[in-house]
Design a protein around this ligand. Structure first.
Ligand SMILES: C[S@@+](CC[C@H](N)C(=O)[O-])C[C@H]1O[C@@H](n2cnc3c(N)ncnc32)[C@H](O)[C@@H]1O
Length: 397
């Protein structure tokens, strides 16, 4: 199986064969209708119950699976780059996939490792309320079995042992919908704590959610509760201070990676009125050992994450940045405390490559770091460089 993302044409044939084996419709018209119904339900326009049943499973297998695999691969990219998620030499990598559904998150994790040149064995324990989804996912796993150098074994038994990785893919969104905002965030804080207990001392917990504003802001609230009790996020945040996106009801911090749908899915996306360019999701990575991406990249001064697309206005380009918050009142160690809108003037011609190339989700280092509250970077004083957290050579040995 080709580990590259988006999924290769081989996967189309495999998924069609699985649809046939389970008696799911795969003609273009039924698929397009099932997919636009599913999408309405996911967007809150139809009741959540419309995400279940055979029509929904048809659409999930034909479309959502291939779209969601890269979300998991992207969400673990920094863990893989930092060497904190890898295929062990002498045993299987132990993964628990909560709300596994058809297993897209499992395959995304395997693909991320395979794409990083790793080979080995991975065991994924799948948990889901929907036995039909798990049955279809198991058929996919039987037919696929490996991604590049990664051999994947799936089981549905509840294992009691610890895991190297627990991943919850787009499942928080479906849980406890009857609770009010605050109770739901507290409930999910407790849930993530419970799952973190199952993670090995050097393991990780990863949450992936849809990039929709309400779903992502809920994840921010859960993150803030965890961070307030001393659980610093590994990623995407570079600090544990309250999430600045929550300060304004219209803000939310999500990814929009330049990963398009596989070409073979574009006609279906078009027929259902869905986009095929870019990959949007939100994520949160937690570690048992307290390591954070910021601490792993400690040598980089003035580190900040780009949390918006480029905002082009007259005479300048701006980006929202979210950086490390200076501690103990020290100034000068951070470009932006929390979030800020930062500009570079168009008339600054040199040293602007990294700034111009940066897109949402990227990391930039500003050296020397400017004081907090900076709204304009002067390139003649500040060197802006790209930081690739997926590149193992960027981390100190
Ligand atoms: C949107 S699907 C996501 C599937 C997969 N994780 C992915 O990201 O592609 C959400 C899945 O969570 C499952 N689910 C919902 N509530 C659950 C719960 N309380 N416990 C376990 N699974 C649950 C659903 O049955 C469904 O298969």
């Amino acid at each position: 199986m080709d580990p590259r993302l988006p999924l290769s044409e081989e996967w189309r044939d495999l998924l069609q064969a699985v649809a046939q084996e389970h008696g799911l419709a795969h003609d273009a018209q039924s698929l397009a209708r099932a997919l636009s119904d599913l999408s309405r339900a996911y967007n809150g326009l139809d009741p959540a119950s419309a995400t279940r049943g055979r029509a929904a499973l048809t659409a999930r297998l034909a479309f959502s699976f291939a779209r969601d695999v890269p979300k998991a691969a992207s969400a673990v990219r920094e863990l893989v780059g930092a060497g904190l998620l890898r295929a062990p030499r002498d045993r299987e990598l132990r993964v628990i996939d909560v709300g596994a559904g058809l297993g897209a998150m499992t395959w995304g994790v395997a693909a991320a490792l395979a794409n990083a040149g790793q080979s080995g064995k991975m065991h994924a324990a799948w948990i889901d309320l929907d036995a039909d989804a798990l049955a279809i996912g198991t058929t996919v796993a039987k037919r696929a079995a490996r991604v590049g150098g990664m051999e994947v074994r799936v089981s549905l038994e509840r294992s009691r042992g610890e895991a190297d990785l627990v991943i919850l893919g787009q499942v928080l969104s479906e849980m406890d919908l009857a609770l009010d905002e605050g109770s739901r965030a507290s409930r999910h804080e407790a849930l993530l704590r419970e799952w973190l207990e199952r993670v090995a001392p050097d393991g990780s917990l990863v949450v992936v959610e849809p990039a929709l504003r309400d779903r992502t802001r809920h994840l921010h609230r859960v993150r803030d509760r965890l961070a307030a009790c001393g659980l610093s996020p590994f990623a995407p945040c570079l600090h544990s201070a309250p999430c600045p996106a929550l300060a304004h009801a219209t803000d939310w911090c999500h990814e929009d990676r330049p990963i398009d749908l596989p070409r073979w899915l574009v006609p279906l996306a078009r027929a259902s009125g869905l986009r095929w360019e870019g990959l949007t999701y939100s994520y949160l990575v937690l570690r048992r050992d307290g390591r954070t991406l910021r601490s792993m990249l400690h040598a980089k001064r003035g580190l900040a994450r780009v949390t918006s697309r480029a905002l082009m206005t007259k005479g300048k380009s701006e980006r929202m940045l979210c950086g490390e918050v200076s501690r103990g009142g020290e100034r000068g160690e951070t470009l932006v405390g929390g979030g800020a809108r930062v500009a570079v003037l168009d008339r600054e011609k040199t040293g602007r490559e990294a700034w111009d190339a940066a897109s949402r989700g990227d990391l930039l280092a500003f050296d020397p770091p400017a004081d907090e509250g900076t709204s304009r970077v002067r390139l003649e004083r500040t060197r802006v460089s790209a930081v690739d957290a997926t590149d193992p050579s960027g981390y100190p040995k």
